[in-house]
Design a protein around this ligand. Sequence first.
Ligand SMILES: Nc1nc2c(c(=O)[nH]1)N[C@H]1C(S)=C(S)[C@@H](COP(=O)(O)OP(=O)(O)OC[C@H]3O[C@@H](n4cnc5c(N)ncnc54)[C@H](O)[C@@H]3O)O[C@H]1N2
Ligand code: MOO
Length: 392
Amino acid sequence: MLLPIAEAQARLFALATPVGVEDVPLARAHRRWAAADIHARRTQPASDLSAMDGYAIRFADLPGPWTLIGESAAGRPFAGAVQPGETVRIFTGAAMPAGADTVMIQEEVAASGATIRLTGEGPPTQGRNTRRRGLDFADGDRLIARGEALTPARIAVAATGGLASLPVHRPVRVAICATGDELVDPGTSADPDALPESNRAMLAAMLADLPVEVIDLGILPDDLNTLCDTFANVDADLLVTTGGASVGDHDLVRPALEAAGGSIDFWRIALRPGKPMMAGRRGGMMMLGLPGNPVSAFVTAVLFVKPLIAHLGGARDPLPRTTRAILGENLPANGPRTDYLRAELRDGHAFASTIQDSSMLLTLARSHCLIVRPVGAPAARAGDSAEILVIA
Ligand SMILES: Nc1nc2c(c(=O)[nH]1)N[C@H]1C(S)=C(S)[C@@H](COP(=O)(O)OP(=O)(O)OC[C@H]3O[C@@H](n4cnc5c(N)ncnc54)[C@H](O)[C@@H]3O)O[C@H]1N2
Ligand code: MOO
């Protein structure tokens, strides 16, 4: 029985506990996930401010003229109060002086000595060109929810909220190995039976924008003892293997994990490519056994490895986000596995490659997205809208 993708993801998240929490300065918080709700420690803006360079007035005094009585600059407020007929020169980000409620922009004003006259239309409403205290947020407001990704904008809002550091989950330690007697490090052998190993380099690149410490276990031979020894001794939050996941005599990942004291929680997903993927554990370490075919490894990394790392790192919403595109050509009905078709995007239209063999990396390298074809989907026509997952 093949497990539906969503069910496999849900089972994975239920098995895995997020890693521990640490406080990091804002400069190191990017791409982590908040380990707690983050609340403002100040009000922003802290007082009513001018939004423009110009003159602070009482709206009731329009159309003027006014007598200039002082200046308010950002960080250097005017100490006095504006009385009827008076104005204060003011700059963007400066505190509104007491008594004033509106700002005239300087382009609409003529100054002669201490007399200020309106030359343009002037502010049409009271409060124009000002920012009220608390416009952005108030002290105590929630700025970031627990489990949200710390994007550049969220880091900036935390800084404005008066925080210098944030509670986040520590980096996830991910051990990666490739298995297979045919594999050699890229560029090292001209032997026609040797295949350059590509999955580790691909996976490392896919994880580069995640908070991980990668432990490279290298290429392991199809040998039960070697695999078992490696799996028994690795110290990581997540072990990712590629190859040896299927049913052949040399597919040893499952028996090796079991011999190392681990167990498989589920195996075989209703997914193409990527059906033979397995998920298991050894003690507190999660294990994902990806199929060896490079495109199958890529698709299972998108759907399981990256989301599991995000979950371990404390993400509230760890699954990849899909979007939609118009199909550039007809597609046949789909069978009993959700199909992820490599496709190029041109002008918002997705064109699937004609050959979708899971060994073919060049078609993956040329693709911008994967077209998602649900289990049992009827034939689709050019011009239909389809779900896609952007990959490049
Ligand atoms: N009788 C059956 N045979 C296969 C089935 C099945 O259900 N019954 N499933 C097929 C599917 S689907 C896939 S996917 C593959 C997955 O097999 P494995 O995970 O056991 O992978 P390997 O046999 O080790 O390798 C498959 C293929 O990929 C090449 N490879 C492996 N690792 C790498 C690497 N790190 N870099 C580059 N290339 C790699 C390997 O040389 C093989 O050509 O099983 C089908 N068979
Ligand atoms: O699932 Mo395999 O990954 O179809 O080639």
